[in-house]
Design a binder for this molecule. Sequence first.
Ligand SMILES: *Cc1c(COP(=O)(O)O)cnc(C)c1O
Length: 227
Amino acid sequence: MTAADNLKGIETRMATAAREAGREPAAVTLVVVSKTFSAEEIRPVIAAGHRVFGENRVQEAKGKWPELLAETAGIELHLIGPLQSNKAHEAVELFDVIHTIDRDKIASAIAREMARTGRRPKLFVQVNTGAEPQKAGVLPEETVAFVARCRDEFGLEIAGLMCIPPFDEAPAPHFALLAKLAAEAGVDELSMGMSDDFEVAIHQGATLVRVGSAIFGARPKPAATQA
Ligand SMILES: *Cc1c(COP(=O)(O)O)cnc(C)c1O
């Protein structure tokens, strides 16, 4: 199976999950996660018609995406990995959607770069639903206040929330918590669900799922542990 074949299979499974949940298949966007894969490996997925891709490192994305973006119009690039404030400039220049706003320093740096460049990436707040010490994201109990602060102090419009559930726990309660927090914070979109659990996430209301290995195959070990 090629990545383009796998893509069709994932799209079919997504549509089935959406219908089972009483939702429109078009209400869920597939972000194809291409981290660790080269421009050569990504190109067939673009040729198959896909336009929405996710990367977790600004530096890596800068290395391979400018040529791909120059070749094909209409590609939407998502930053799904942790963001350092000194990379805010590059992130705002390259990415159309940023999933990982999680502290004041990042919110303020993104706001500054948006003002400077005139670019308006769509923004998500990352929530550490499992309160894992090593994981990025605001804590669940701080989420509503942080979304309000992004809006009121930094002038940032937040589109939705994003989470990565703990590796060793059932994901459904984490997805349900993210949906509840989004409702409380007054935001509509939910970025949740990966290769192993995107159908569960769609049942819980995901509007974006982020799928990598189920499309491109297994990643080399060091990068796989970064998720
Ligand atoms: C790598 C990554 C994914 C994709 O993970 P797969 O299990 O390969 O589908 C999704 N979200 C984030 C934030 C990631 O870093």
